[in-house]
Design a protein around this ligand. Structure first.
Ligand code: OGA
Ligand code: NI
Length: 344
């Protein structure tokens, strides 16, 4: 039977089978027994001395990770543990609110700047994903804070604090990544125009048959760079050498991944890598990605400094607004949206 509720969180508590609209075709299932569970699957980079004597060594590590893995974790990132535990607590409390309270924020329109929804894009997709999510815009804060949920009562304050600290970390990373490409350290920040920061609180309920469905199927992130905080329940997997590798949680670290726009700016030197979220039968899982983005009217294209007679521009110039619209309307698919923006 197909599920009929708008949201998944409460429905998931009442089913002992995955409803038919969540069941993937046999050729498109997670194949959980075939996943590699290696410790240290993606690099862990210590940012403690990014501004000290080891600067060039850390830039080198970041550059290598962006080129070869598209993913890395960071520790000693400067964001206090209290801010991290607060945002996790608020996210948990939010998804524990009565459904009627949560539904006040519901929308299936991806262009809304604050909205609670489910799956990925219920308007365009054929099979649903085992996820509810609250998605908010958060930069500049003062433009959006008033539309955020006001329940739990400290939501706005705690989330605002988290957003500004993560933004600080993003800007440091953008400087480092610019340098890793041999560009001036403010190059990428300048390309972004006014800049935008979005955030999701992802809630993946326990799932009676995790081998039949996804929390999120394989995709690359359409934005510039993503900073993911996950709780202590595994679920994130990254594609590496054709194999899915589990990224097991390490407390107080963030996972950083290169998005499509960074791959374009770097003219394919840095890689936007396929990743997915799987679910499990016993534990709920919360993840909190921050998506850092160009402003919609920013023109994105390969950095001129990285183009020459040997390395032609792989992509044409486009506005981020154009890219973003294509992303939401085509559904999450393993072929990357980037292919539609190749230079001819
Ligand atoms: C995403 C994403 C992974 C996760 O929201 O784009 O890849 O572990 N999330 O929730
Ligand atoms: Ni993602």
């Amino acid at each position: 039977m197909a599920a009929t509720k708008l949201l998944l969180t409460d429905l998931a508590l009442t089913v002992n089978h995955v409803p038919s609209n969540y069941v993937r075709p046999v050729s498109d299932r997670p194949n959980l027994s075939d996943v590699q569970i290696s410790e240290g699957s993606i690099p862990l980079i210590d940012l403690q001395h990014l501004n000290g004597p080891n600067h060039s060594d850390i830039i080198e590590q970041i550059g290598q990770a962006c080129q070869h893995d598209g993913f890395f974790q960071v520790k000693n990132h400067g964001i206090p543990e209290a801010i991290i535990s607060n945002i996790m607590r608020i996210a948990t409390e939010f998804f524990r609110l009565p459904e009627s309270e949560r539904l006040k924020n519901y929308s299936d329109d991806p262009s809304k700047t604050t909205r609670l929804s489910t799956s990925f894009n219920v308007k365009t997709e054929k099979v649903s994903n085992w996820r509810d999510f609250l998605r908010i815009h958060c930069f500049p804060l003062e433009d959006y804070v008033h539309e955020w949920p006001s329940n739990p009562p400290s939501f706005r304050e705690d989330v605002a604090e988290y957003c500004s600290s993560v933004r600080g970390l993003v800007l440091r990373l953008l400087g480092a990544i610019s340098e890793s490409l041999g560009l001036k350290s403010d190059y990428i920040e300048k390309v972004l125009g006014k800049q935008a920061q979005h955030m999701a609180l992802n809630y993946y309920p326990p799932c009676p048959q995790p081998e039949l469905t996804y929390g999120l199927p394989g995709h690359t992130d359409p934005n510039l760079i993503t900073i993911l905080l996950q709780d202590d329940v595994p679920g994130l997997q990254v594609l590496r050498n054709g194999k899915w590798v589990a990224v097991n949680p390490i407390p107080n670290t963030f996972i950083v991944n290169i998005g499509d726009q960074m791959q374009v700016i770097s003219n394919d030197r840095h890689k936007s890598v396929l990743h997915r979220a799987v679910v499990n039968s016993s534990k709920e899982r919360i993840s909190i990605p921050t998506f850092y983005c160009p402003s919609p009217d920013a023109v994105i294209g390969p950095a001129k400094e990285l183009i020459n007679d040997d390395q032609l521009a792989v992509y044409r110039d486009f506005t981020y607004g154009e890219y973003y619209e294509k992303f939401w309307n085509r559904g999450l698919a393993s072929e990357c949206c980037l292919d539609m923006f190749k230079a001819v």
